[in-house]
Design a protein around this ligand. Structure first.
Ligand SMILES: Cc1ncc(COP(=O)(O)O)c(C=O)c1O
Length: 379
């Protein structure tokens, strides 16, 4: 008969958090934006949602809402010749990545080059393809640039490098610097490798303007490039499942063919994208663009400040220096070098929930920064 498979580890730990009856429990495990342990919804998005008329329950076109997609394209890759970009609305960033994998299957791209540690769902979404992993960080906790160079230089033409966009890398909070990105652009073009930029946190690393430049410069430089975006965190639309996939085509005449592939993958998964999220974001575009940008930048700033506070608290308590430097990064996450056994003790003793690999959600500490010292209790 059937054997139950283990639950996804992130939902497993979140389930345990929900069942914990201690009022002092802290959720720093699941990757959502929190403030004082409550889910945060961007005020601009909430206001925009109030403008959406609820008089049309029909299907969206299979490719998605064109005016939403064109806005997203011009937002993240503003200087690009936009008649060479194939567009598809998706159900969040997860679905953008899955559709990209299906396009890879159809076009014979692969293997997928995956720097680890990373967002583990890549291994599930791309399970049909060959996956080659290499180190994202070295022993010192810095980018393992040699590993990147070796992986790219030995990769076959048509391989797909899974690159998270911006410094808000999940789970490390650390990503390639500008000089490394410039060198990477030359190497991938020379070897005719595709780059999939996963933009799940654009704006939350260094603010919307700086993060958009990160993305658009890569897009401009790389010949074979794709961008998956998610509005789950960047617009707190999580459950409404809003995202987009963009693929650079060699010239405008190829766009229709690529969009037909995208639409075939959409048809074979959820048939057409969900409707409500794109209507909300169009209201953001019409009425609240600068408020939305402020919401993103304020959140980014709060994350950066919270990192500094956590670093100070840990330094004052005599934490190992590797913990302090692990918090040097950007965005929502940091990866602390703590063993799964110690994590389990911390969960049981203090009700501080962090992910089994040592990943903490920085926003889980906003308003309860002091609880970071629980991590040191048994060292
Ligand atoms: C790196 C990365 N990519 C993509 C996603 C997908 O986000 P969603 O499908 O919720 O939009 C996430 C979410 O955790 C992520 O961390």
């Amino acid at each position: 008969m059937w054997d139950q498979i283990p639950p996804d580890p992130i939902f497993n730990i979140y389930g345990r958090y929900l069942e914990d009856s201690r009022p002092s429990k802290i959720n720093a495990a699941i990757g959502i934006l929190l403030q004082n342990q409550k889910g945060y919804v961007m005020p601009s998005v909430q206001k925009a949602a109030a403008h959406v008329k609820h008089d049309d329950y029909g299907y969206l076109p299979i490719g998605g809402d064109r005016s939403f997609l064109e806005w997203v394209r011009d937002l993240y890759i503003p200087s690009e010749k936009n008649d060479c970009v194939a567009l598809q609305q998706t159900a969040g960033g997860t679905h953008a990545c899955w559709i990209m994998g299906q396009i890879g299957k159809r076009c014979g791209w692969g293997p997928f080059l995956i720097p680890v540690p990373t967002w583990d769902n890549y291994f599930v979404l791309l399970e049909h393809g060959t996956q080659t992993t290499f180190s994202h960080l070295n022993k010192e906790g810095e980018i393992d640039w040699n590993a990147y160079k070796n992986a790219i230089q030995s990769a076959d033409e048509g391989s797909v490098l899974m690159l998270q966009a911006t410094g808000a890398h999940n789970p490390t909070g650390k990503n390639l610097n500008e000089a490394q990105r410039d060198e990477l652009i030359k190497m991938v073009n020379k070897r005719k490798i595709w780059v999939y930029m996963d933009g799940a946190y654009i704006g939350l690393a260094a603010g919307l303007k700086a993060d958009t430049s990160w993305v658009s410069n890569m897009w401009k430089g790389v010949d074979q490039v794709m961008l998956g975006v998610s509005f789950s965190k960047t617009a707190t639309m999580y459950g409404h499942r809003l995202g987009a996939l963009m693929i650079k085509c060699p010239d405008g005449s190829q766009v229709k063919a690529m969009e037909s592939y995208l639409q075939a993958a959409m048809r074979g998964s959820i048939s057409m994208p969900p409707r409500w999220g794109s209507l909300v974001m169009q209201q953001v575009q019409k009425n609240y663009t600068s408020e939305w940008e402020d919401d993103i930048n304020r959140t980014q700033n709060q994350l950066a400040q919270t990192r500094k506070t956590l670093q100070k608290l840990l330094t004052d308590e005599g934490a190992p220096s590797s913990w302090i430097t692990a918090l040097d990064g950007e965005g929502l996450f940091a990866l602390l070098p703590i063993s799964p056994e110690t994590i389990e003790q911390i969960v049981q003793k203090h009700g501080l929930y962090i992910f089994e690999n040592g990943r903490i959600n920085i926003s889980g500490f906003i308003g309860c920064e002091q609880s970071i010292t629980h991590l040191l209790a048994d060292l």
